[in-house]
Design a binder for this molecule. Sequence first.
Ligand SMILES: C[S@@+](CC[C@H](N)C(=O)[O-])C[C@H]1O[C@@H](n2cnc3c(N)ncnc32)[C@H](O)[C@@H]1O
Length: 207
Amino acid sequence: MMACLPPGCVGAEVGVFKGVFSRRLYDIARPETLYLIDAWDRFPRSMYDDPTCDPDSQGDPVGWLNNTMHLMAPEIASGRVRIARSGSVPALATLRGQLDWVYIDANHRFGMVVADYEYASHALRGYGVLAGHDYIDCVGQGRGTMQGRMAIDAWLAANPLWERCAIVDTTYPHPPELPSVALIRRDAPADSVAGRFRAAVAERKPR
Ligand SMILES: C[S@@+](CC[C@H](N)C(=O)[O-])C[C@H]1O[C@@H](n2cnc3c(N)ncnc32)[C@H](O)[C@@H]1O
């Protein structure tokens, strides 16, 4: 999916953790500018329960931020990567109308996912790509509360101009059973970012 994003765009990853995926996203998607948005803070477990990004087992969130800054140091120095230490919704509200694509991977609870997709859709300029990780629902199984699939489907039902363009495995560092999804507007022109993404996805489909 990352390789299908047109190069030279302005993109954002929402939910960064230690920046390992951000490095891959930057190298493969080759954006002009990439915003990395994360609160890098401790949340009460009643609000955010994701054992894979849990400060009790994964170290302090400030360490995650430092690791991200280390991995992206050259691009931060050149201004091509911008760090936004913030809640997802306020950060996306600040970026209204400025992005070509967004990759969402923050809090996986229903209401949080719906809010992230809603604000991210308004952060896009023109016809962009709204994508995210964990298009899956499960509770427990060592993964905490994941309600991404029902939340994204609910957002799509409320926004019928949009459609699912791709559901794909996400490559390393993610296991294959946690797919990513990409949404685009149905009326995206062929020469828009979403139209070029749609064509690239179609070309990569096994024949
Ligand atoms: C699943 S991890 C991100 C993983 C990362 N995308 C990767 O592929 O390695 C989720 C991250 O979202 C952040 N997060 C959770 N809720 C958030 C919110 N409401 N606003 C900003 N960041 C949030 C957490 O701090 C955590 O680092």
